[in-house]
Design a binder for this molecule. Structure first.
Ligand code: 3HC
Ligand code: NAI
Length: 651
């Protein structure tokens, strides 16, 4: 097999060029090729060496698919030491994303140049790891302790311009990367720039590591890697480079063998797998979506509109009246203003996005749009009426999507003469922030409609997961047994704060009872009033909820539910709720007992796992890892536990 690494002489510059699609991961073949090339360059007539990648990006990191397998020499840290110790100038030319081991390769080079669109980052923490090829030692030597820690503990990449400010990139090159980089190398040679080894830079000034640890612990919420990163940076600040590398090596290998990294690596591949639809040919055509209509400018419609506008896709929002439209548009306005205030968006970008959203009360405004997403009240009759109307108004080939949380997409599709164009796109609240998109494939949904929505999801920066049609699709369907267990635990002896505390300590963004309070207890209550006792199911599942609503506790919005809320929405446990629970337990004949936190976590996670199993068995989800993606991105399940299915299999 030919090597993905080529070495050629361009005048007096040795060019090491790497082409290993899709993302130039530092696989064994790439590492070997780099070592061979740097050895050749060391011994030939070149005066400087340029490392450059072909394709869409500079190295995206170590090859994650090799993790957990025996290491094949050359090992990345050793290869990078060989690159750094070369006595000819080594320059890295960065485009795309230089991530993890990829950026560490650039750090081991003596100089770094980048195109303006490049990004650099150390995202190992997202895999439960730390930069293990010298990144924890070299980054603080160039950027200082705080900036290095921020890069490594957040895992969020920064733009080339910011990297230059931080001292992590030396030169921004405009135009063609190769030409620009060669010009830069010549400039360095002409000015007799010295070989500059990052490892030889004096260690960064000592920081207050206890304070840093306390801050990182608060942010890390149960993850072990961020604290290990602090240990490594402390070693960088207090010892020699070689000593620091030893600490990095030891911590990296501990993390690699740990449960959290295994779970996060599973999750990395699960997310990418979820984007693939079994049985759908890779070359399935997609429909152009360059304009979107959204029906309903409420909680969801507004957020969905923002998601499209943020991706540069114009939106027409339809509401029932001028007042409702005004209200919807003003919420969007406020959201954008908030993003500007928090520094998430520039004023200019916010104005551009806002200008892409227009409104109307006339369905005829949707005649030419490529796709419509309906987000009106969860009323099946109303939804069917709207789809029949869309059928009359929309152009041929327009995709007609519903954001329904529970309703039967096939029945909604049947209200039109073109069920093949109908699909569910189930966003999560707040829709402009939450990354999950359940793409609900109806019985008659055309392949190209499905393929288009999967691709579109990426364009609007969502993570798509395909679901079949069933009540609540994947995520909300699983909430039912999860919710039931939470109620049983209360009746059997636990308090709301104990149930939520145990689940939050486990890593859930929010415990189940706080979620009930957030969603509003009255919503389910009203829905139950229309059901017979048989339809309502086991009274243990809802009797406490009913009693809370009857005591005027409607959840967070009313100031009380399972908890009392202050003006900052901070929950405080409430003795009245304890009394309601105890009385309901007596009413239903429950004998209360001490319940351990482990039992709470076990029963609640098992409820998710078992329902998830049925969902896979019925073919509603394509694979169990898709369910993990739904729960991590849509329901706050901790990624470092891998998702409910992975956790159920591996705990
Ligand atoms: N190793 C192996 N495969 C990788 C990979 C990696 N580092 N990065 C991406 N891939 C694969 C993906 O699995 C996917 O494969 P598939 O097509 O078979 O599903 C393919 O490359 C394309 O990836 P994406 O779909 O994610 O492509 P995008 O264009 O959306 O994103 C990216 C590109 C930003 C580079 C993104 O893939 C990414 O963030 N990759 C991970 C980067 C990372 O975590 N690097 C650190 C690795 S750990 C490390 O370096 C340790 C070191 O410190 C010792
Ligand atoms: P909402 O009540 O906030 O907004 C609904 C909007 O639709 C209102 O502004 C209303 O004026 C408008 N509307 C009603 N009939 C209309 C018509 N005929 N034409 C145009 N506009 C009309 O509701 P929300 O929460 O935004 O929910 C919308 C849909 O999204 C529902 O199907 C819901 O189940 C689903 N959903 C809701 C989530 C949530 O957390 N709120 C999460 C995911 C899905």
């Amino acid at each position: 097999m030919s090597s993905p690494v080529k070495y050629t002489l361009t005048g007096n510059i040795g060019v090491i060029s790497v082409d290993s699609p899709p993302v130039n991961a530092l696989s064994h073949a790439v590492r070997q090729g780099l070592l061979d090339a740097i050895t050749e360059a060391q011994n030939d007539a070149s005066e400087a060496v340029l490392i450059i990648c072909e394709g869409r990006t500079f190295f995206a990191g170590a090859d994650i698919s090799e993790f957990g397998k025996p290491i094949q020499d050359p090992w990345l840290p050793e290869l990078l030491n060989a690159i750094e110790s070369t006595d000819k100038l080594v320059v890295a030319a960065i485009h795309g994303t230089a991530l993890g081991g990829g950026f560490e390769t650039a750090l081991a080079s003596h100089y770094r140049c980048a195109v303006p669109s490049a990004k650099i980052g150390l995202p190992e923490v997202k895999l439960g790891l730390l930069p293990g090829a010298g990144g924890t030692q070299r980054t603080p030597r160039l950027a200082g302790i705080e900036a290095a820690l921020e890069l490594m503990t957040s895992g969020v990449p920064v733009a080339a311009s910011r990297a230059k400010e931080l001292g992590l990139v030396d030169e921004i090159v405009a135009g063609d990367l190769r030409e620009g980089a060669l010009t830069y190398v010549r400039k360095l040679l002409d000015s007799d720039a010295p070989v500059r080894r990052t490892s030889e830079i004096d260690p960064p000034k000592f920081g207050d590591f206890d304070a840093l640890r306390a801050a990182v612990t608060r942010r890390a919420r149960g993850q072990v890697a961020p604290l290990a990163i602090v240990d490594c940076v402390e070693a960088a600040a207090t010892g020699t480079f070689a000593e620091g590398m030893k600490v990095e090596r030891q911590k990296f290998s501990e993390l690699m063998q740990g449960k959290q990294s295994a779970a996060l690596r599973h999750f990395f591949f699960a997310e990418r797998q979820a984007a693939k639809v079994d049985g759908l040919a890779k070359d399935t055509p997609v429909r152009a979506v360059d304009s979107v209509g959204i029906i309903g400018g409420g909680t969801m419609g507004g957020g969905i509109a923002m998601s499209f506008a943020n991706a540069g896709i114009p939106v027409t929002m339809i509401e029932i009246s001028d007042e409702a439209l005004e209200r919807g548009l003003s919420i969007i306005e406020r959201n954008y203003a908030g993003s500007v205030k928090r520094g998430k968006l520039t004023e200019e970008k916010a104005a551009q996005c806002r200008a892409l959203i227009s409104g109307s009360t006339d369905y005829d405004a949707l005649a030419d749009v490529d796709m419509v997403i309906e987000a009106v009240f969860e009323d099946p009759g109303l939804k069917k009426k709207i789809f029949a109307r869309l059928d009359g108004v929309c152009k041929k080939g327009a995709i007609l999507a519903t954001n329904t949380s529970y309703q039967d997409v096939d029945q909604i599709a049947a209200a039109t003469s073109r069920p093949e164009d109908v699909i569910g796109t189930h966003f999560f609240s707040p829709a402009h922030i939450m990354k999950l998109l359940e793409v609900v494939r109806g019985e008659k949904t055309a392949d190209d409609v499905l393929a288009t929505c999967m691709q579109l999801a990426k364009r609007i920066r969502k993570v798509p997961v395909v679901s079949g049609v069933c009540y609540g699709f994947i995520g909300n369907r699983m909430l039912r047994p999860y919710g039931l267990q939470s109620q049983l635990l209360l009746l059997e002896g636990a308090t709301p704060e104990q149930v939520d505390g145990a689940m939050e300590a486990f890593g859930m963004a929010m415990g189940p009872l706080r979620v009930f309070d957030l969603a509003g207890l009255d919503v389910g209550y009203k829905a139950r009033q229309a059901l017979s006792d048989a339809e309502k199911g086991d009274p243990a599942g809802y009797r406490v909820l009913d009693h809370l609503v009857e005591a005027d506790r409607h959840g967070q919005k009313s100031g009380s539910g399972f908890y009392i809320y202050d003006e900052h929405r901070k929950p405080t446990p409430c003795p009245e709720v304890h009394k309601i629970i105890e009385e309901t337990a007596a009413e239903l004949g429950f004998e209360r007992r001490e319940i351990a936190d482990e039992e709470i976590v076990d029963r609640l996670t098992r409820a998710l796992y078992e329902e998830g199993g049925k969902i896979v068995e019925e073919g509603i989800a394509q694979r169990s890892s898709d369910i993990d993606v739904v729960y991590v991105y849509g329901y706050g399940f901790p990624a470092y536990r891998g998702g409910p299915m992975y956790f159920g299999e591996n705990a």
